[in-house]
Design a binder for this molecule. Structure first.
Ligand SMILES: [Zn+2]
Length: 386
């Protein structure tokens, strides 16, 4: 595609000097997540009082792909084809585009993804280029040094096939008969919509490979790993900081006004869930949640040093949007009524107050309220709680 990459970030000051970075649209198929990020911005814009922490919101990391995804969604109801990025014969996973934990952007200075030992990561025989959008986000995190990061995605409804898969990989204990009778309630060990966290953690300098889950939290204690024995607790993070992050994730999930939007958190049960369960076929590369929570100290005079920040991943129930925003322009109010367009300078010069937007024919008022519920919960907890 022609033209330079141009990304929009919105900055809102907090009452303290620290910032939370909010990003969405890493998977352009998940337009519900993009809308939640836009609602956070709209609600912060309307507040009289700042939140405790400031927010820098990048509502859409891949705006051009997002525009195409919304065209597909408007036409067919789904933008599923815009999840990963296909370049010729290779698939690039946009959420697997980060430096190894403990390293800075400088470590990828030749423009290709690396493993912990600094060797090129390859798909087949080809090196994997660092996308311009990922570079932008990494640089933003290195410059702002946020205390928390919120990454907003969307999740398609889980099916019996997902459960069969998890059973086949021995992640859960469900028989075929039990699965055939399953009516959609969330099952621990399988990822369902909710608010999860990659807590702050330390990586053993001798660690090799890409699987860092075990360094983040104790799998034996974690309820998302039901087949690994141990006395389960939701705050299974290995570090004290990490356990604080776990508790904040529980608080954020509990703050979503409709509990059916966060079934994967099991918030009403004695042992809620705040960590991702392991899914099969994870590509060999590092995610935002692998990279951002680890301290980076690349040495004197080197850019990129910062404290680790927990990554709160919001998995919105369903990928579809409400159409309260059209390509980022808010046309419907929080209450579901058409907003008034900003008058042009010529209109203002003649005292004209501006005309109303048309209600988008596909606008879904219930969906709009649901997506706002996630936005409000994030504002009330992750942006406001110490
Ligand atoms: Zn996603």
């Amino acid at each position: 595609m022609a033209g330079m990459l141009s990304l929009v970030a919105h900055e809102f000051s907090g009452s303290s000097a620290q910032f939370v970075i909010v990003v969405a649209g890493i998977h352009a198929s998940e337009q519900s997540g993009v809308e939640v990020a836009r609602w956070i911005g709209a609600k912060l814009d309307g507040r009289e009082k700042p939140t405790r922490f400031g927010a820098i919101i990048v509502p859409e990391l891949f705006p051009r792909r997002g525009e195409q995804a919304r065209t597909a969604e408007w036409k067919t109801g789904s933008a599923a084809a815009f999840r990963e990025i296909v370049q010729g014969r290779k698939t690039i996973y946009p959420n697997r585009q980060f430096p190894p934990p403990g390293r800075s952007l400088e470590f990828l200075r030749d423009g290709y993804l690396k493993d912990l030992q600094g060797r090129d990561i390859k798909i087949g025989r080809e090196r994997v280029p660092l996308l311009a959008e990922a570079r932008y986000l990494i640089r933003l995190i290195e410059a702002v040094k946020p205390i928390r990061i919120v990454s907003i995605h969307g999740m398609r409804p889980r099916t019996k096939n997902d459960l069969k898969n998890a059973a086949a990989h021995k992640i859960i204990d469900m028989t075929d008969a039990q699965i055939s009778k399953w009516e959609g309630t969330a099952v621990k060990g399988v990822n369902f919509p909710g608010i999860f966290v990659d807590p702050r953690y330390r990586l053993d300098p001798k660690h090799r490979g890409f699987d860092v889950e075990d360094s983040k939290f104790d799998l034996a204690l974690d309820p998302a790993f039901p087949k690994i024995g141990g006395k389960k607790r939701c705050d299974s993070a290995r570090s004290d900081d990490g356990r604080e992050d776990d508790m904040l994730a529980i608080g954020a999930a509990g703050a979503v006004s409709d509990i059916s939007l966060v079934p994967g958190n099991h918030v009403k049960e004695s042992v809620p869930v705040v960590h991702y369960a392991k899914e099969g076929a994870t590509p060999n590369a590092f995610s935002l949640g692998d990279w951002a929570p680890v301290d980076v100290s690349p040495g004197k005079g080197m850019p990129g040093s910062r404290r680790g920040a927990p990554v709160f991943t919001v998995e919105v129930k369903g990928n579809q949007e409400s159409w309260a925003f059209l390509d980022g322009v808010q046309v419907m109010s929080e209450q579901g009524e058409p907003l008034t367009r900003r008058p042009t300078p010529a209109q203002r010069a003649t005292g004209h107050k501006g005309a109303k937007f048309e209600r988008p024919p596909k606008f879904d008022a219930k969906r709009s309220r649901d997506l706002q519920a996630y936005a409000q919960a994030i504002i009330d907890t992750i942006l406001d709680l110490p």
